[in-house]
Design a protein around this ligand. Structure first.
Ligand SMILES: [Zn+2]
Ligand SMILES: [Zn+2]
Length: 262
C-alpha cells in the first residue's frame, strides 16, 4: 500500500473511532468496518452504498430482489430455484410496460427508510436511497437503452403537502451525472385520487384510471421511456402511467422502483 493510501486509511479509522456514524434508519451509532478500513478497493457493490449510512442490523433488514423473478413485473418467486419466467398475474392481466424491476422487497428497513423519507421528510436518506436506485438501473439497463426518465407525478395538492416528489429525489442526482434526460413535468396527475394504501387490487385499478395526462405528448413519441417511482405495490399506478405513454407513441415503457411489494 502506498504511503498516502495508508495515511488516508489510518486517519479515516481514527476519525471513525471518535465520530462513529449514526444509522440513518434507526439512529443508532455503529461501528462501520467499511469506513474504518478506509473504504473498499474492490469494485462497487451494494455494501459500498449501504455501509456508510445504515447499521449492520438495518442492513440485514434489507432484502435485495434476486432471480428467479417474473420477467415482466419483477415479482420475486417464493421458490428460489429455476429461471425467471412470467408470473400468472402477468399472463392474465394486460401490462403496458415491458419490464419492471426493483432494488428490494418493500418490508423491513427499506420500508422504514422510505417512510422516513416520505412522511418524516428525512432528506438525508435521499443519498443512499438514490444510490440504490442508481445501482438497480445499471443492473438492468444502460444509458444508451433509455431516452427519457419520467417520474410518477404527484397531484399538486399532494406535492404542496409533502413539499417534494420522492421519485425526483431518487433519480435527480445521478440522472444528471450520467447524462440521462429526466422529465418530471410532461406526465402530470390531472385528477386527485385518494391514497391507494387501503384499496384492493381492483379498486386501485379503478381509482387510478384516467388520473394521468400528458402536457407535451410530442415529447413522448418514439422514445424509450423508463418510469421511476419509490414503490411498486400492485403496479396499478405505473401501469396506468405506461398506458398513457404508450398511447402517445412511446417506443416502450419500462419501470424502475426502489422497492417492490410482494
Ligand atoms: Zn440502524
Ligand atoms: Zn409478473
Amino acid at each position: 500500500m502506498k504511503a498516502y493510501a495508508f495515511l488516508k486509511r489510518l486517519s479515516q479509522a481514527f476519525l471513525h473511532a471518535i465520530f462513529p456514524p449514526k444509522c440513518l434508519i434507526c439512529s443508532a451509532y455503529y461501528y462501520n468496518s467499511w469506513q474504518a478500513s478506509g473504504g473498499s478497493d474492490a469494485s462497487y457493490s451494494i455494501s459500498d452504498v449501504t455501509d456508510p449510512y445504515f447499521c449492520e442490523s438495518c442492513r440485514k433488514g434489507l432484502t435485495p430482489i434476486a432471480s428467479p423473478f417474473c420477467s415482466r413485473c419483477g415479482l420475486p418467486f417464493v421458490s428460489r430455484e429455476g429461471d425467471d419466467h412470467t408470473c400468472s398475474e402477468c399472463l392474465l392481466e394486460k401490462k403496458y410496460f415491458r419490464k419492471a424491476r426493483a432494488f428490494g422487497v418493500y418490508d423491513g428497513s427499506l420500508m422504514e427508510a422510505i417512510h422516513l423519507l416520505k412522511y418524516r421528510k428525512k432528506s438525508s436518506l435521499s443519498r443512499p436511497l438514490s444510490a440504490l436506485t442508481r445501482e438497480t438501473f445499471f443492473q438492468f439497463w444502460d444509458v444508451d437503452g433509455i431516452d427519457l426518465l419520467v417520474s410518477v407525478p404527484l397531484h399538486v395538492k399532494r406535492l404542496r403537502e409533502r413539499g417534494f416528489n420522492q421519485a425526483h429525489l431518487l433519480i435527480a442526482r445521478w440522472a444528471k451525472q450520467e447524462g440521462i434526460p429526466f422529465d418530471g413535468l410532461t406526465l402530470s396527475r390531472s385528477r386527485w385520487t385518494e391514497p391507494q394504501t387501503t384499496l384492493s387490487r381492483t379498486e386501485r385499478q379503478k381509482n387510478i384510471k384516467g388520473a394521468f395526462s400528458l402536457r407535451h405528448p410530442e415529447k413522448i413519441k418514439g422514445r424509450k421511456i423508463l418510469i421511476v417511482d419509490d414503490v411498486y405495490t400492485t403496479g396499478a399506478t405505473v401501469n396506468e402511467c405506461a398506458r398513457v405513454l404508450i398511447k402517445a407513441g412511446a417506443e416502450f415503457v419500462d419501470v424502475l422502483t426502489l422497492a417492490r411489494g410482494v
